[in-house]
Design a binder for this molecule. Structure first.
Ligand SMILES: CC(C)(COP(=O)(O)OP(=O)(O)OC[C@H]1O[C@@H](n2cnc3c(N)ncnc32)[C@H](O)[C@@H]1OP(=O)(O)O)[C@@H](O)C(=O)NCCC(=O)NCCS
Length: 367
């Protein structure tokens, strides 16, 4: 029997969700009914955790309680710490995957497990970074209680400014949840087998890593720094396209207009850029955005290739002073919230995810 083939499962819905809605035609994303443009810059990542797992934005004291619960989970179990030590020389995304796999399997698929995994991922990223620098994390200031401030402190090794914490919050909120995508689908597939949230998290981290999904911003920053000046952007883009290479940070399976997350992060980067050098870099990235959009529209007019979230994600993380190989782990830190919310949703109304393939191989062979 040959079934109709939906390559890449494009346009196929397999479940209902109340978590987020991605409108690819209008260029709009909402999380539990709130437009992302209204959330980012106004609420913190810890607020989004409350929104995803409790259904509503928490009160200030509720947010602080959530942040405290996340902070309790950043201290890793021995097996995960040992995995990080063994992976000290590894790429941070590989180390994160190894340490996640070493977490003990939780018995419950619920919000409490989700909170412990959000804290665990933050702890794994910062512990691995300090380990590879052979540095102990310096003591935190008492006001550094949010998850964004914790991450920045662990990565930068110093107390972040309010502006830096605000910018990382905007980034984590923006990355926290985004409908169905490869890593979220993977997480739901694992849970659909009645497996556990650590297994689903490990699989989701593995699938985020690829350069068609979350592995983009580090190499994209490398491209931007190599191009270096506005006059070299257009010839570079044309050469890439001529060699059939994809321009990182452009194109999206769902958005056929500009990715709304790009505007949110561009605005946050604009607030963060204060020195002449930072403002010049922001202008260069905006030039890259405009020139690449124009060249792609000219060369591939029917493909509808617009900027996606990763261009300004790379910029904002770079402006924060974060090393490029931590860009994808930090994406995972934010998206762990969305992954876990989808795991709980799948678990609550589960049907084993079991698509088909259409067999086109040989038949009737004899030995
Ligand atoms: C994100 C992405 C995987 C979505 O792609 P998709 O929906 O699977 O689209 P397809 O792979 O079917 O590509 C459709 C066409 O657009 C082209 N295309 C897609 N993204 C492109 C890009 N960034 N640069 C140049 N051409 C691109 C493809 O080459 C293909 O052209 P063809 O039909 O002439 O061969 C793709 O746009 C991409 O690889 N972008 C670059 C990586 C990136 O930024 N990823 C982060 C996503 S948030």
């Amino acid at each position: 029997m040959s079934a109709h083939i939906y390559r890449g499962l494009e346009g196929v819905a397999f479940a209902k969700t109340a978590l987020s809605e991605v409108d690819g035609a209008a260029g709009r994303v909402t999380i539990r009914g709130y437009d992302l443009r209204d959330l980012a810059g106004k609420v913190t990542f810890d607020d989004i955790v409350g929104l995803l797992f409790q259904g509503d934005l928490p009160t200030p004291s509720g947010r602080d309680a959530l942040a405290a619960s996340i902070r309790e989970a950043v201290t890793l179990p021995f097996a995960a710490s040992a995995a990080l030590s063994r992976a000290v020389a590894a790429d941070p995304m590989d180390a994160l995957r190894a340490a996640a796999a070493a977490l003990p399997s939780p018995s419950e698929t619920n919000a409490a497990t989700a909170i412990s995994l959000i804290g665990g991922v933050a702890g794994m990223i910062t512990d691995h970074h300090r380990l590879r620098l052979s540095e102990i994390t310096p003591p935190e200031a008492p006001e550094e209680r949010s998850t964004a401030a914790f991450l920045l402190h662990g990565v930068l090794g110093r107390t972040p400014t309010i502006a830096q914490t605000r910018a990382l919050d905007a980034y984590l909120v923006t990355m926290s949840e985004h409908g169905m995508n490869a890593s979220t689908f993977v997480a739901r597939c694992v849970i659909s087998t009645d497996s556990d949230m650590v297994s689903a998290l490990t699989a989701a981290i593995a699938s985020l890593k690829g350069p068609r999904h979350g592995g983009v911003p580090g190499p994209l920053l490398h491209d931007l720094l190599a191009i270096g000046e506005t006059s070299r952007i257009e010839p570079w883009v044309r050469a890439q396209v001529a060699q059939k290479k994809r321009i990182l940070g452009f194109g999206h399976r769902v958005y056929k207009v500009r990715d709304p997350r790009a505007e949110v992060l561009a605005e946050a980067a604009g607030e963060l850029a204060q020195t002449d050098k930072e403002k010049a870099l922001l202008q260069f990235v905006q030039d890259f955005d405009a020139i690449t959009s124009a060249v792609l529209a000219e060369i591939k007019p029917t493909h509808k290739l617009f900027v996606n979230v990763e261009l300004y994600a790379a910029l904002i993380l770079h402006l924060l002073g974060i090393p490029a190989d931590l860009f994808t782990p930090l994406f995972a830190a934010g998206r762990t919230a969305g992954w876990c919310a989808h795991m709980i949703e799948q678990h609550g109304d589960n049907r084993l995810i079991h698509p088909e393939v259409s067999y086109v191989g040989a038949r009737g062979r004899e030995i």
